[in-house]
Design a protein around this ligand. Structure first.
Ligand SMILES: [Zn+2]
Length: 558
């Protein structure tokens, strides 16, 4: 899923999806505990020094109450007094709340797996340093997701001057309208409130993004009507960046932004002013800027103007899951497997392993473009599709249990091919062929995990003696178990998965089919559309013929 090119106001649905429970945030409870240093609820495991610090620091997370002040005067007397809020920037706020969370031992980025020891500590350091930062990584490495979670470090609610397009700080308004308003109404100036989610703005950079989109535009008609100097900010129609004032502004794929906009960004970060249509406009915005980029684009000379690069405090590299188990855990968390269905759905561990291994071998494969990477969305959508194929089969045959088989992975090709950017050699072979080979490689690897050193001679022999077995995709599990049971020694091998003969047919059929697919992956038996599983062709042709079987694909074009 890619996010649309227009601004995306952050929403909870987008972040967590309908099935993921919203992460519980304890910051509120924490704030209540600490406020005033009085209602203090000691957590016994903490060292005394931390205790002391917390007590000294006082309220570090703002407190939600039913009666949020509605005027500037009331705000001054509330738990959002001027001395606390006036000079505090977004980066200070993020830093303070992060410190609170670390001291409390909160989980900082729940649901972000595999980054605990690599990316997360660096992000924490960047926030503690009050840096704008960039996440460099290939697609599907949870960069955007991680950035969106920064909102959990913002205060629950934040006051601003009601009606202000750029959410002015009530104590330090920067726009002319609000300055005038406060001068006129004083303590009666109306106050409104922002939640965290409304303080996050995201933009996918594309070459056609303009200064007007990003920063703003001068409205000459408005200017003429008011008879004001055109550079007066009352005549500015604000773009995304000012509208994200006092929040987090995320730009995805930063290198795609035109040089002119990068200069505008730099000016805002550096000087707090910017030129719109040649007129200088002063906008001392208060923002945390975060970016994402593909590392190759980012390091390419000329893609990012040097002064902007220089102003990005930290460059943090993301990565794909380092270990298969991590990948499996991420896919299990993200894939839609726990779905309402009239039948029971059960995904065997080895199917999960194969699907994840598929992503790992694709990332290594030389036919797949390394610069673009293989997104974690690949195993996620493949696994969803695999389960759906099993579900569809069980629904058709009227079974009450659906268990995916290896053949279902081959049927999930439509969820794969679009996510593989191929190199020239891969393009020549075609996406489908490459995907097929990658599945076969993955099956072979997972087969080794379960059956390395296991003696399969009896099964191979059954085929060598002329046996063949064609499994129909639509046949029900009981019939399949009968067919597979005819191959001597096969069903016994499924004990490697801890299966007994008491297991449902669907489970046993899938397991036995995996054994055959594993043998096929290692070219010990063959499988074809017409004959199904049979003896390996090469054995009949003789080994000599099999050898010169690897033509150089490029050669024929020389
Ligand atoms: Zn304002």
């Amino acid at each position: 899923m890619d996010y649309s090119a227009v601004s995306n106001r952050f929403s909870k649905e987008r972040l967590s999806g309908p099935d993921t429970p919203t992460p519980v945030d304890h910051s509120l409870a924490g704030a209540n505990r600490v406020i005033g240093g009085r209602r203090f609820n000691p957590a016994p495991a903490w060292p005394a020094r931390l205790w002391y610090n917390r007590q000294q620091r006082g309220a570090c997370l703002s407190k939600i109450s039913q009666e949020l002040p509605r005027t500037l005067g009331a705000l001054r007397k509330s738990s959002f007094p001027e001395d606390r809020l006036a000079g505090r920037t977004v980066k200070d706020e993020l830093r303070n709340n992060l410190i609170c969370k670390i001291q409390r031992g909160d989980e900082l980025f729940p649901g972000i797996l595999g980054f605990e020891d690599t990316v997360v500590p660096q992000v924490i350091n960047a926030v503690l340093s009050r840096h704008n930062f960039i996440l460099l990584g290939l697609r599907g490495q949870a960069k955007t997701r991680l950035i969106r979670m920064l909102t959990t470090l913002l205060d629950e609610v934040t006051p601003y001057i009601e009606g202000c397009e750029i959410h002015d700080n009530p104590y330090r308004p920067i726009c002319r309208r609000c300055r005038d308003l406060v001068a006129e109404l004083g303590d009666d100036a109306p106050i409104a409130w922002l939640t965290r989610d409304h303080r996050y703005v995201e933009k996918l950079a594309t070459p056609d993004v303009t200064i007007a989109d990003m920063i703003g535009d001068i409205d000459p008609i408005k200017a003429a009507r008011r008879g004001q100097d055109i550079s007066d900010e009352l005549t500015v129609h604000y773009g995304l960046l000012p509208r994200a004032n006092r929040g987090i502004f995320a730009i995805n794929e930063l290198p795609d932004l035109a040089g002119k906009i990068q200069v505008g960004l730099f000016n805002i970060m550096q000087e707090g002013d910017v030129q719109i249509k040649g007129y200088p406009v002063r906008l001392p915005l208060d923002l945390m800027l975060v970016f994402t980029a593909n590392p190759e684009d980012y390091t390419a000379r000329g893609k990012i103007i040097t002064p902007l690069k220089d102003r990005i405090g930290s460059e943090i590299r993301t990565h794909y899951p380092a270990a298969l188990e991590q990948g499996i855990a991420i896919t299990a968390q993200e894939a839609w497997l726990d779905r309402p269905s009239p039948i029971e759905l059960r995904v065997p561990d080895y199917i999960r392993e194969i699907v994840e291994t598929l992503a790992f071998v694709a990332r290594e494969d030389k036919r797949v473009d390394k610069r673009s990477g293989v997104s974690q969305r690949l195993p996620i959508s493949v696994l969803e599709n695999v389960l759906s194929n099993a579900e569809r089969r069980a629904l058709k045959t009227g079974e009450d249990l659906a268990v995916p088989r290896v053949l279902d992975i081959y049927s999930a090709l439509p969820s794969m091919t679009g996510k593989l950017e191929l190199e020239y050699e891969g393009e020549l072979k075609g996406g489908d062929a490459v995907a097929h080979e990658l599945i076969r490689l993955a099956v072979g690897k997972v087969y080794n995990h379960y059956f390395e050193g296991s003696n399969m001679a009896q099964i191979v022999q059954w085929f060598d003696l002329g046996g063949s077995l064609k499994l129909d995709d639509g046949v029900d599990s009981a019939a399949m178990v009968r067919q597979l049971g005819g191959i001597q020694g096969l069903m016994e091998k499924t004990r490697a998965f801890g299966l007994t003969s008491n297991e449902p047919d669907a489970v046993r059929a899938a397991a036995a089919e995996f054994v055959l697919e594993g043998l096929h992956a290692h070219r010990r038996i063959s499988r074809s559309e017409e004959r199904g599983y049979a003896a390996e062709e090469k054995k009949r042709e003789g080994r000599e013929e099999a050898k010169p079987e690897r033509p150089n694909v490029r050669r024929q074009y020389n």
